[in-house]
Design a protein around this ligand. Sequence first.
Ligand code: G6Q
Length: 547
Amino acid sequence: MSPFTVPVPLTQRPAWSSLQTESANLQATTLRDLFAADPSRVDQLTFEACGVVADLSKHRVTAGTITDLVALAEQSGLRAHIDAMFAGEHINTSEDRAVLHVALRAPSDDIITTDGANVVPGVHEVLDRMATFANAIRSGAFKGHTGQSISAVVNIGIGGSDLGPVMAYEALRFYSDRRLTMRFVSNVDATDFVEATHDLDPERTLFIISSKTFTTLETMTNAHSARQWLLDSIGDEAAIARHFVAVSTNAEEVAKFGIDTDNMFGFWDWVGGRYSMDSAIGLSTMIAIGPDNFESMLAGFHDMDEHFRTTPFERNLPVLMGLLAVWYRNFFGCQTIAVLPYSQYLKRFPAYLQQLTMESNGKHVTLEGVDVDVDTGAVYWGEPGTNGQHSFYQLLHQGTTMVPVDFIGFAKTNNPLGDHHDILMSNVFAQAQALAFGRSAAEIESEGVPASVVPHKVMPGNRPSTVLLSDLLTPYRLGSLIALYEHNVFTQGAIWGIDSFDQWGVELGKKLAQAIIPQLTSTIDPALDHDASTNSLITRYRDMKRQ
Ligand code: G6Q
C-alpha cells in the first residue's frame, strides 16, 4: 500500500476493534495481576536496539496487545510509509517535500535519492567543510579580525535551529572542548542576547547565524543586534567576515545580511527544522565536541535508522514505542506523556522532544485534509530526575490523570563521584516500581497507619512506564536515543495518517505579530482594527510604556 493510498479509516481497521476489546479487558485488570499471571512477561516485553534496552513490561498490555498493535501498524501502511521516507518520496504532502533527515547520517557510500538525485555526496561535502572549519576554530588556527583566536561561539537561531544544538551541547558537554565558551541565543527578548554576550570579548567571539530560511524575525533581529554589538567594539565592517558564519538554505538572504557565502554552510529543503540538528545546524555541536565525536553521534543516529528500517515491527523499538503512544492516547485517553531523563546532561532533552513530538503530531487533519476521527499527538513534557520527584511526581503517583512515563537512565556515568550514580539510578527503578505496583490500603493498614490517613497514603499504582537503560551517555548513544524518538513520532503520525512534517499552526501568530509590531513602535497612536480585546491590550501597552 502506498502511503498516499487512503487506507480503511483508522477506526474501521480490523485491529482497531480487537484493540478496543483488549483495552476494555486491560482497564479491568492491574499490572500486579498481569505480572502475577505471566512469569515470562519481562522477557517477552523487553527489547533492545543499538545498545538501548527498553523494558516495556510495566505497560498495560499483554503480548496479545502487542500483536494487535503491530497488526494496526500493518493495516495502516506503516511499512509503505517507512519505505517512502527512505526512498525520498514527497511524504510531506502539504509542503510537497521529501523528508530525508535519515540521509544526514548515511555513510558516504550510501545512495539515497530524491527528485532523481543522490543526496548523500552533498551531505558529506558539507560535513567535511564543517569539520575543517570546526578544527580551525578548535585549534586556534582561525583568527578573528584582530588576529586573535576564537574563545566563544554564539549560536543564534530559534525552534529547530536552536533546540537541537542547545540540547546536544548540554548533553555532550562532557565531550566538549572546555576552552570554548558556547552560548545559544533564541528569544527575541533582548535579555537573551544581552545576557549571552555580556561577558564575551567581541574580538574573540564567533556568531553562527542558524536559520534555514534566514528570514525568521527573532533570529534576524538577534543577528542584527549581534552585528551591531561587534561593530560597536571593533568598528570595522570587514570584521563581519571573520566573526559571522551562516547556516542556511537561503544564500541570497545570507549575502544580503553581509555574510560572505563562502562562510555559509548549507542544507536542503528536505531537512525539517526540528529534524536538522545533525545537518549544518549542528555546527555549534561539532565545534564543541569535535568532528570525531560528531561522526560518532551520526553513527548512533544511523544505526537506529537501520534498526527502524529493517527490524520486524514486533521487535522494532521506535515502532513499539510509537504504537504504545497511540494505545494510551486513543484507548486510555491519556493526554500527556512525561519524559524523565535521569541524567543532568539531558536537562534540555524534554524541551527538545516537545518540539519534535508536538510540532510533528499536533495535527487535526489527515494527509488528505479531512478531520482525523481520533485524538492525535499527546503533550510531551518532563524534567530530569531526581528533581521532578520533589515536585510534580506527586500527580503522577496519586493524581486522577494517568500519565505514561519514559524513564531514561544509564548504567555508568561520566562523572563518578561516591555513590551518586547508584543513588540516582535506584530512583529510576523505584519510581517505575511505585508507579506500576503502588501500595494498597491493606498494605498501609498493616503498618498501623490510622484509618483516617490510610486513603491519603494509598498509591493506586497501575501506571505505565517505559524504562530505557543503556550503558553511558556518549555521542553515539545520544544519536541513537534521538533517532529512537524521531521514528517513534513517525510511527504515530503514520498510524493517524497525518503529515508529521509540516507546521502550519505556527504561521498565523507570526503573521498577526507582523501587523502588530508597527502599532507598538509607532510614535502616533495608530488606528486599531483588531478584535476588542487585542485593541484594548495594545492601547494599555502603549499607555504603560509612555508612563
Ligand atoms: C521546525 C520548525 C521551526 C523552525 C524555526 C526556525 O520544524 O520549522 O521550529 O525551525 O521557525 O526557522 P529557521 O531555521 O528558518 O529560522
